[in-house]
Design a protein around this ligand. Structure first.
Ligand SMILES: Nc1nc2c(c(=O)[nH]1)N[C@H]1C(S)=C(S)[C@@H](COP(=O)(O)OP(=O)(O)OC[C@H]3O[C@@H](n4cnc5c(=O)[nH]c(N)nc54)[C@H](O)[C@@H]3O)O[C@H]1N2
Ligand SMILES: Nc1nc2c(c(=O)[nH]1)N[C@H]1C(S)=C(S)[C@@H](COP(=O)(O)OP(=O)(O)OC[C@H]3O[C@@H](n4cnc5c(=O)[nH]c(N)nc54)[C@H](O)[C@@H]3O)O[C@H]1N2
Ligand code: SF4
Ligand SMILES: [Mo]
Length: 699
């Protein structure tokens, strides 16, 4: 431990709940282990298995300890100066030969605010490239686009989680917190204990759905129609809050007309959800005085995710359930810094403070903070999948920081092939991920417990993660890496390795923007339970922060929320004779994302050792498959093999695979990279497949 205090209070390295935890000395060798921290209000001491075992990845055997440089085909240990010289030299050469936009940068929503900020600045100022995007594009970008369109501002939850138990009804759309945020389940349990009801919409009867008063199991990719069908019933049954619609919204006539065209019987045919079930959902949602709709990846990871979330927001607006106490629409963000990571400039079209790269005033403001000419800032670049797809063609070199696209990107075999075709690939990571294994240079970086930084949790609460122990000698922080690369590329100033210095600049860059952090300081964060943005101010004199948004007005120009004019449309790929089934994908509790970190933890591997194909007994019988039989799942992108897991808790027309593993059972070999036209988010949650027992394959 770096200080004499017996426990360092900090936050989990994994998901967006950012559970509070303590790090305490372990084993006498200078190591740490995770201990309960009861005083942090979001999780009150509760942790899932991933958080509890997070310190295992700090162990020498699990992680990278020295830079690696490819030589004679193999990655071999190298010194830091050599490795950074190679990266800077190769990026500069590609830039000189092919132009700045031939150099790409791929970031991650797990990076702290400081790193996300520094990475975006590095791309625009040092490399001069427009080609930067990040894995958050795969995560919640459709909800962000819909939230911005409706409310003029995107913050995942516009209220603290503590409001959830106080509302009358929560509709959870395509969200499985029992596996993806277990400590958050208590908010739903308390909701029910208070007399509120829980509706879960998921094609699978998940452990979350088991807790629901009502579970609707639509066909994957049909949430848009489902929401429109509910809105139709709201209108038909006279449940519209006319006074609210008149006073606080715009665009109702068009939204109403579209809902009226979606008859419940028509919606039943599209979704497979019966009209009585639809009516019951409307009753539960409309009877109490307050209600919420919360979406996660189920409805968002669709090629119509933005319209789909828009349809759920429409339902909230028509019933007066947004911008009022205990009511509202929220998106449950996913990664540790899924919220902050989408605010500070690693997104292709964005500048810090959630500013738009195309807005001249935003460019002037940020350019001044950065000490550059606004005209020197590049314009918007490609979205994540489009960037990966362009590798080896227009984009000849790539710097990856905080993502493992070989496992997590859609149409992964193609993405892998594109990565291999690059002139040069550099990866900063804590472990030798599948993507790092393809790199020309791998830079080993410090982990959460070894560095200080801020994250912004799913509530919009900015938090301080504190350094609790010294990193091993061979690793450096991401900020240090950017500092070293910037210096080698001729930019000596503006890339400090000290996170607090970066945060101080981020405060100024975000000042006046939608996500305003200017009133937040490390000192303030060290004292309390975090600060909700927007929080304007200077020095340590910031305002109180904003736990609840939109209570007086929405963040649009006229203060009104905007209805989205949306209509049902089919998924990019519907089943046909050759590919008659639907594949959907998602998560299991014991593995995190591409598994790069959690697959290195013995306890987690024991709990979730590998991929599987979840399917209904009727489908299994038709295929002649028994529990554990190797199943080949085939889509237009490729073929994956994993053992059958048979359960009545899934629709018979749908199979489910978790995406945490590489190799033969990689779900993303199959997924469709069809993109939402607005958010550019890929359709991870639905594609057409056929399934057969793979008798010839080893299980
Ligand atoms: N254990 C664990 N926890 C995690 C993560 C992890 O990898 N592992 N990742 C974190 C991150 S980054 C994220 S984004 C969150 C994601 O958190 P969630 O969104 O809760 O996770 P998913 O399993 O991707 O999807 C949720 C549910 O959507 C359902 N679904 C599939 N298709 C559809 C559809 O068409 N419509 C509807 N309504 N539902 C559908 C799936 O059956 C699944 O149960 O989890 C975070 N927490
Ligand atoms: N089929 C399917 N695919 C999906 C999804 C799905 O539901 N279905 N979900 C999508 C979603 S929501 C997400 S968020 C993505 C996530 O997918 P990825 O972007 O692959 O996410 P991770 O596995 O968390 O990858 C993070 C990588 O960065 C490393 N890392 C962790 N912390 C740091 C750090 O501070 N610095 C650096 N330099 N490296 C770090 C980790 O070791 C790991 O290798 O997957 C998407 N892919
Ligand atoms: S729920 Fe999320 S933040 Fe909490 S311990 Fe688990 S992974 Fe960490
Ligand atoms: Mo995510």
């Amino acid at each position: 431990m770096t200080d004499s205090v017996s426990a360092t209070p900090t936050h989990c390295p994994y998901c967006a709940l950012q559970c509070g935890m303590n790090l305490v000395a372990a084993g006498g060798g200078g190591g740490v282990e995770v201990a309960e921290r009861a005083d942090f209000p979001v999780n009150r001491g509760a942790l899932c298995g991933k958080g509890r075992t997070a310190a295992d990845v700090l162990a020498p055997g699990a992680r990278l300890a020295t830079p690696l440089v490819r030589s004679g085909g193999a990655l071999v240990p190298a010194g830091w100066d050599e490795a950074l010289d190679v990266v800077a030299g190769r990026l500069a050469r590609v830039r000189d030969e092919h132009g700045a936009d031939a150099v790409g940068v791929f970031g991650g929503g797990g990076l702290t605010n400081e790193k996300a900020y520094a990475l975006g600045k590095f791309a625009r100022v040092v490399l001069g490239t427009s080609q930067i995007d990040y894995n958050g594009r795969f995560c919640m970008s459709s909800a962000a686009a819909a939230g911005t369109a409706a409310f003029g501002l995107d913050r995942g939850l516009p209220f603290p989680l503590a409001d959830v138990p106080l509302t009358g009804c929560v509709i959870l759309v395509g969200s499985n917190p029992a596996e993806t945020m277990p400590p958050a389940l208590r908010y739903f349990a308390e909701l029910k204990a208070n007399g509120g009801s829980l509706v879960v919409i998921d094609p699978r009867r998940t452990r979350t759905a088991e807790l629901a008063d009502l579970h609707l199991a639509p066909r994957p990719g049909t949430d848009l129609a489902l929401a429109l069908g509910m809105l139709h019933l709201v209108v038909a049954e006279g449940l519209v809050d006319e006074e609210y619609v008149e006073r606080r919204t715009s665009g109702w006539p068009a939204a109403r007309a579209s809902a009226m065209a979606h008859w419940p019987e028509y919606v039943e045919r599209i979704t497979g959800v019966s009209v009585p079930e639809l009516r019951e959902a409307v009753r539960l949602f409309c009877a109490p005085e307050s209600a919420m709709v919360l979406t996660a990846r189920g409805p968002e990871q669709q090629a119509k995710g933005t319209d789909t979330v828009g349809a759920w927001i429409n339902l909230c607006l028509a019933t007066g359930r947004a911008g009022r106490p205990r009511s509202g629409y929220g998106c449950l963000t996913g990664q540790g810094n899924g919220q902050g990571g989408r605010e500070h400039g690693q997104k292709a079209d964005q500048l810090p403070g959630y500013r738009k790269l195309t807005d001249p005033a935003a460019r002037r403001h940020v350019a001044e903070v950065w000490g550059v000419d606004p005209d020197a800032l590049p314009g918007p670049g490609r979205s994540a999948y489009e960037l990966l797809d362009a590798l080896g063609r227009d984009v000849r070199s790539l710097l990856v920081m905080g993502s493992n696209p070989v496992v997590s990107a859609p149409r992964a075999a193609h993405v892998e092939e594109r990565l291999r075709s690059l002139d040069f690939l550099a990866v900063c990571d804590v472990v030798l991920s599948e993507t790092a294994a393809l790199a020309d240079v791998v830079l080993p970086v410090t982990q959460w417990a070894e560095e200080t930084g801020t994250t912004t949790n799913l509530e919009g609460r900015v938090l301080l993660r504190r350094r609790a122990l010294d990193p091993p000698a061979g690793v450096r922080s991401d900020l240090d890496v950017l500092h070293g690369l910037a210096a080698r590329l001729g930019v000596e100033k503006g890339f400090p390795a000290d996170p607090e210095e970066v945060f101080e600049e981020l405060r100024r860059a975000s000042a006046g923007g939608p996500a305003d952090y200017s009133g937040i300081s490390y000192r303030r964060l060290a004292e309390g339970d975090g600060v909700f943005w927007p929080c304007p101010g200077t020095g340590d004199e910031g305002g109180p922060g904003t736990p609840r948004l939109f209570l007086d007005r929405f963040a649009t120009e006229d203060g009104r929320a905007r209805f989205a004019p949306v209509a049902h449309r089919p998924s990019a790929e519907e089943p046909d004779a050759e590919y008659p089934l639907l594949l959907t994908t998602g998560r299991v509790v014991a593995q995190y994302q591409s598994g790069a970190q959690t697959r290195r933890v013995a306890e987690l591997n024991a709990a979730a050792p590998g991929p599987f194909v979840q399917l209904h007994p009727r489908l299994a019988a038709r295929l002649g498959a028994a529990e554990g039989d190797p199943l080949a799942v085939v889509s237009r992108r490729g073929r994956a093999v994993a053992p059958a897991r048979i359960t009545t808790g899934i629709r018979p027309d749908t199979v489910f695979m978790p995406f945490h593993w590489p190799g033969e059972g990689r779900a993303n070999t199959l997924t469709n990279p069809a993109l939402d036209p607005t958010s550019r988010m890929p359709e991870f949650k639905v594609c057409a497949v056929r399934v057969e027992v793979a008798r010839g394959d080893a299980p």
